[in-house]
Ligand binder design. Structure first.
Ligand code: UT7
Length: 343
């Protein structure tokens, strides 16, 4: 008879397993640059950046610092909060668009944590990466394949923006956040919805640019490099304020809940005006909207867990609180997850 290891495979007829989020952690570079500092090398002002985006400063990785370092620190803190050891972890999922190795960076984090039992891989969905990762991780738990998962959202976009382009460089910062997801008696992932639209891909890009090289007559290849981030800000803004409320409503519908049942709105941190517009559309009061934009700017896949962590550690988000989370960005991609914090 076929025997499957409990952590490796689902037995026929096995029950659907619930998922709980039991730990979180975050990490960001110590070095920060405020808007005044930005205006020293690009034509901008604190007044413009703060009034258009809510951003006051951003944290930037120094040359000797690494994505692996920030991600591992965030993961370690999340594992400790969940009262687990690194060797308890079955899967490490790294949501990032700024890997330190295009073959994948998650394995380096696995090694650094000493999570010797864990399988590790990267997932790329830009600023929606944490939400897409959360839903991906949940499938492994729900089907009984894995019991303890670390999901990390981490990005070091400072390495990929054009620091002479004021339309983009003032927006982004670096950081990492992580959560621990565990098998549970009751499913705290209450509903979700994900969407993609590649027809608008060119509105937000970190695109590969091939430089044709002829190796031998008739044999050309396209070795190249990545261009800096380019964005049609107005189009992405319009997309976000239209699509994000829609997708949250869809996820709420799947959860059988209404916006008034929510304790928190925890969105990707791109622009305070987007947070305000989405909250207004959903009739969610400002005191329920989590924002760390002033301090960190847009940290892409890291922004949601980086914003979650201090809220939990300082006791504002409590076990049992119902949270609507939403990510949106390049792809274009967007998604929402409704979950109950804690076990
Ligand atoms: O995480 C991925 C998702 N990304 C987003 O959600 C970003 C969505 N978009 C936005 O948040 C906003 O569109 C921005 C914050 C990027 C831009 O704000 P905006 O109100 O849409 O400004 P705009 O692009 O319409 O530009 C208005 C003016 C322009 O000048 P003119 O042409 O009117 O003379 C820009 O050149 O502001 C100028 N401008 C700046 N001025 C000072 C653009 N960037 C700057 C700047 N400092 N940094």
């Amino acid at each position: 008879m076929l025997q499957l290891d409990q952590t490796l495979g689902q037995r026929p007829g096995q029950q659907w397993v619930g998922m709980a989020m039991t730990g979180c952690g975050s990490s960001a570079p110590a070095l920060s640059l405020d808007n005044e500092g930005m205006s020293q090398f690009v034509e901008t002002s604190d007044e413009w950046i703060a009034s258009r985006t809510g951003i006051r400063r951003r944290h930037l990785a120094a040359p000797h610092e690494s994505l692996v370092g920030f991600a591992s620190e965030a993961a370690r803190a999340a594992i400790a909060m969940a009262n687990l050891q690194p060797t308890d972890i079955d899967l490490i999922l790294l949501a990032t668009s700024t890997p330190e190795d295009l073959f994948g960076t998650a394995c380096q984090i696995q090694a650094k944590l000493g999570a010797s039992r864990a399988v590790a891989f990267d997932l790329t969905a830009a600023c929606s990466g944490f939400i897409f990762g959360l839903v991906t991780a949940a499938q492994f738990i729900r089907t009984g394949v894995y019991r303890n998962i670390v999901l990390i959202g981490a990005d070091v976009l400072s390495r990929w923006v054009d620091w002479g382009d004021r339309r983009t460089c003032v927006l982004f910062g670096d950081g990492a956040g992580a959560v621990v997801l565990q098998a549970s008696d009751r499913d705290r992932l209450l509903g979700f919805a994900l969407q993609s639209d590649g027809t608008q891909n060119s509105d937000l890009n970190l695109a590969y640019q091939p430089h044709p090289t002829e190796l031998t007559p008739g044999v050309s290849i396209g070795q190249g490099s990545f261009a800096p981030v380019t964005m049609n800000g107005q189009e992405v803004y319009r997309f976000a304020v239209r699509r994000v409320p829609e997708i949250i409503e869809k996820a709420l519908f799947h959860a059988g809940l209404d916006a008034k049942d929510l304790d928190w709105l925890l969105m990707h941190q791109a622009n305070q005006r987007i947070l305000d517009a989405v909250a207004k559309r959903l009739n969610i009061p400002p005191e329920k909207v989590v924002s760390n934009l002033a301090e960190y700017g847009n940290t892409s896949a890291a922004s949601i867990p980086l914003a979650l962590d201090p809220e939990v550690r300082q006791g504002r988000i409590k076990p049992g609180d119902i949270i609507a989370s939403a990510g949106f960005g390049a792809g274009l991609s967007w998604g929402s997850v409704i979950f109950e914090w804690g076990s």
